[in-house]
Design a protein around this ligand. Structure first.
Ligand code: RP5
Length: 328
């Protein structure tokens, strides 16, 4: 009677005949070894995502981003101190006993409640006032889970702070980031437009929030004009800047869309962005005057270094732009 042995129950179960036949035993032994090696390799490949997720400390069921947030667990000037969340507990999947961070909404957010103020830009801080609108919440990261209190759950896990913090919206808050680069033929280097942020003093891309009913391509242009081209209205520099910026922004490339590791993120409100790369011709790059305004104290062309430390997730966006540029 033939006795069979199942080796592994992967997608395809492999079955071997272990009846001994002296003339074929060497071949059988060889075949079994090869099969075992193949099965081991398949098992290893299947477990790779888990192994990598474990070492990154991020394997949330709702997490579609391949990294764990860092800035979203750091201090932001107008927010209270966060509960410390060690890497391993960032993922919602790993229980963190006693995790009960402060529920905080900044007074400016409360003042700008859109239900009580006609031009308010913020959701009500009382989540029960949101009604059914939470069901329609959309994220660039996909489906949004709600916690037991009906609050949206950060797709990248715990941040050590609950509530809206300083962000207007429950769930995703949309931004757009222009990455404007030029090849400087004098210095023979690629350069990128950076600003110095007023809130933290860090260097950053000249991005900003998407206004209500605005399309992201309009946001990148508007934000760039506000933060890098704030010449006085009606001045010849302003006219020149606007003309050149309009030309530049007629041709961009989307290089990233999704969650960003922003220091204002909380367990229930977070930033998501669309980042576009705009390549200036050398001539246009030399002509484009820059003038800081709005949320920036300074604006300049910086030599492109993909290892630069920037505000929030801008360093990661710059790396993506760099890889793209190296392929151009
Ligand atoms: C970042 O916050 C985004 O990448 C975007 O650059 C920025 C938008 O916020 P504000 O500059 O308007 O504060 O996370």
């Amino acid at each position: 009677m033939t006795n069979t042995t199942a080796i592994c129950d992967l997608n395809t179960t492999m079955v071997f005949d272990d009846t001994v036949n002296p003339s074929t035993s060497m071949c059988d032994g060889f075949a079994i070894s090869i099969a075992l090696i193949i099965v081991s390799l398949i098992c290893l490949l299947r477990s790779l995502p888990f192994i990598c997720g474990f070492f990154r400390g991020s394997n949330s069921s709702t997490n579609t981003s391949p990294w764990v947030h860092i800035r979203a667990r750091s201090k932001y000037p107008c927010l209270p101190d966060r509960t410390n969340v060690p890497d391993h507990f960032v993922s919602w999947r790993n229980d963190m006993p006693g995790y009960n961070p402060q529920l905080y909404t900044h007074p400016d957010v409360i003042k700008n409640n859109r239900l009580t103020k006609p031009d308010g830009w913020a959701d009500p801080s009382d989540i029960s006032m949101m009604g059914d609108s939470l069901k329609d919440l959309q994220s660039l990261e996909g489906y949004i889970e709600l916690d037991s209190n009906g609050r949206p759950m950060n797709p990248c896990g715990r941040t050590g702070l609950r509530g809206q913090g300083i962000l207007g919206k429950w769930g995703p808050n949309y931004a757009a980031d222009p990455i404007v680069v030029r090849y400087n033929s004098n210095t023979q280097t690629w350069q990128v437009v950076l600003i110095k942020r007023r809130d933290t003093g860090e260097s950053a891309l000249p991005g900003g929030m998407v206004d209500k009913d605005e399309i992201v391509s309009a946001t990148v242009k508007r934000e760039f004009k506000e933060e890098a081209g704030a010449f006085p209205e009606g001045s010849p520099e302003r006219e020149k800047f606007d003309k050149l910026a309009n030309k530049l922004f007629s041709n961009g490339r989307l290089i990233y869309q999704g969650y960003v590791d922003d220091p204002r993120n909380t367990d229930n409100s977070w930033m998501e962005t669309s980042a576009f790369l705009f390549i200036c011709s050398d001539e246009l790059g030399q002509m484009l005057p820059l003038f800081a305004g709005d949320d920036a104290t300074r604006v300049w062309w910086e030599d492109f270094d993909p290892k630069m430390t920037l505000w929030g997730d801008h360093g990661r966006l710059l790396k993506m732009a760099y890889h793209h540029l190296m392929r151009v």
